[in-house]
Design a protein around this ligand. Structure first.
Ligand code: ADP
Length: 478
């Protein structure tokens, strides 16, 4: 089978979150199983730095958006782990410091930037890589199927190609005013509730969902939740109407990158059979965060967080429980993250109040993320909603016991034998779960068993890739 994926992130070329981990690993897992796989990505400044060996394979692809408006892009190709990455080289849109926006907000031309990505992907299909399946990820790739099925309907190039859309996070919907239609070369009729119109605007994500042949999201729990008003972000009705083509496939993780036995970023290696290296990782983590690492501190439970600072991730609950937690329990906390300033400030204030026990690093730093996974005793993820979540799965492999809210992928991947869960989105429920974990911690036998239970869980990409493969085959057979 030939599969072309379209996305706005893929590790190691461009990453702000879990989407990049998925696009960094799933294509390679499919290729290892014998499929031919391509990925279309923007040639961001960060991608250019990491893909120096990519070769230009198409110099001037002209993308017409109207009789008077066109853009030129180049396509560069890099073969990596059996996958062909096609980078859309359009400096006016992608040669920028960030992927989506900077401190003063989103880039104002994001509607055009990602329309260009989608049209360029169809150019790749026309000239370089004609797949059986086009698999689009999130709103940035949402216009691929709509272009194919409206503007290019009847073009034999695209005949018979099936579209899969994966929703990695329904909270990001690519919403723009209806005036954008003229700029992105889609017909006015797209402003229609049966197509792209969404509460008076346009939604790229909705368009991708409406025009897809099959729809997936990244856990079974989340597939159910997004059909309810509480988690549907205004799209629950649409998603209920697509229920027959909507499935949940839990993300795998890349154990060649996240493995305590081989991790190059941590102070020591360890495994379920020999956990002794973990204490060196804990000491190193404490030092990395500028906290004391004497014997008494090493005995004390250490909670780790790696997260975007966003309301999705439950920081309002953390804000409510932090002071009582620090006052009532002997515990330390290290936090790595970037995002909304209000949460960063809240965490910094906590670190000022408890300087020997709380420390925050507001940066995006993969090496430190590995250290947090390896050196913490518990990993905290009290998300309001969580489509899949990867950090809790990494935590399992590092013997770092997750404390999570039972939602979406967190609920699907953590059970009572591997972690602590709470259901109600409230500070008291979170505090209760944290107390249960802290009460269990001194019982070394029970705790070590929990660590080992988690370490033995297998979330490698093999089974998820097989589920995607079965879905693709069912579409082609239709
Ligand atoms: P989301 O995609 O919603 O941000 P996930 O848990 O699915 O959450 O994936 C987050 C990914 O981003 C993980 O690989 C995590 O290690 C990484 N990550 C998040 N914040 C940081 C950070 N500040 N530094 C390094 N890696 C980070």
């Amino acid at each position: 089978m030939k599969i072309l994926m379209v996305a706005s992130e893929a590790a190691p070329y461009a990453k702000t979150g879990g989407l990049a981990d998925v696009l960094g690993a799933l294509p390679a897992a499919l290729a290892a199983g014998g499929d031919q796989v391509g990925v279309v990505l923007p040639y961001y400044r960060s991608a250019a730095a990491k893909a120096q060996h990519s070769q230009p394979v198409y110099d001037r692809m002209e993308l017409w958006f109207s009789p008077t408006r066109s853009y030129h892009v180049g396509i560069r190709r890099l073969d990596d782990r059996g996958v062909s990455f096609f980078f859309v080289d359009a400096p006016q849109f992608f040669d920028r410091p960030a992927l989506y926006g900077e401190s003063n907000g989103d880039y104002p031309d994001n509607a055009i930037r990602f329309a260009v990505l989608c049209r360029a992907a169809l150019g790749v299909v026309r000239s370089l890589f004609r797949p059986d399946i086009i698999h689009c990820h999130d709103w940035q790739a949402g216009l691929v199927a709509p272009y194919m099925k409206t503007v290019f309907r009847g073009d034999p190039t695209f005949a018979g190609i099936r579209n899969v859309m994966t929703v990695h996070n329904l909270g990001y919907q690519g919403i723009y005013g209806r005036e954008v239609l003229a700029e992105i070369g889609l017909p006015r009729e797209m402003y229609n509730p049966a197509r792209m119109e969404f509460w008076g605007n346009l939604s790229y994500l909705k368009a991708g969902i409406v025009y897809a042949d099959a729809l997936t999201t990244v856990s079974q729990g989340y597939a159910r939740e997004i059909q309810t008003p509480e988690y549907g972000f205004g799209m629950d009705g649409l998603l209920r109407s697509c229920a027959d083509v909507l499935t949940g496939i839990v993300n795998g993780v890349d154990y060649s990158e996240w493995n305590p036995e081989t991790d190059p970023f941590t102070a020591a290696r360890f495994s379920a059979a020999d956990l002794s290296g973990k204490v060196a990782c804990k000491a190193d983590l404490l030092r990395t965060f500028g906290l004391p690492d004497d014997a008494a501190v090493l005995e004390r439970p250490l909670i780790g967080i790696v997260s975007r600072f966003a309301s999705q991730k439950g920081f309002d609950l953390i804000e409510e429980v932090a002071v009582p937690l620090m006052e009532q329990r002997e515990v330390s906390l290290v936090v790595l993250g970037t995002g909304e300033l209000r949460y960063e400030e809240m965490l910094r204030a906590l670190a000022v109040r408890y300087p020997a026990r709380v420390s925050v690093r507001a940066e995006f730093n993969n090496a430190v993320a590995h250290k947090v996974e390896a050196g913490s005793d518990m990993f905290l993820m009290p998300s309001r909603y969580e489509p899949c979540g990867l950090n809790q799965i990494y935590s399992l492999r590092y013997g770092t016991v997750p404390v999570v809210r039972a939602t979406g992928g967190l609920d699907d991947t953590i059970d009572e034998s591997t972690g602590f869960k709470f259901a109600e989105y409230s500070a008291s429920a979170l505090f209760h779960a944290l107390n249960a974990a802290l009460d269990a911690f001194p019982d070394r036998e029970r705790w070590t068993q929990m660590m080992k239970n988690g370490m033995s869980r297998d979330h490698s990409w093999g089974s998820a890739a097989a589920e995607y493969g079965a879905l693709y085959r069912s579409l082609i057979a239709d």
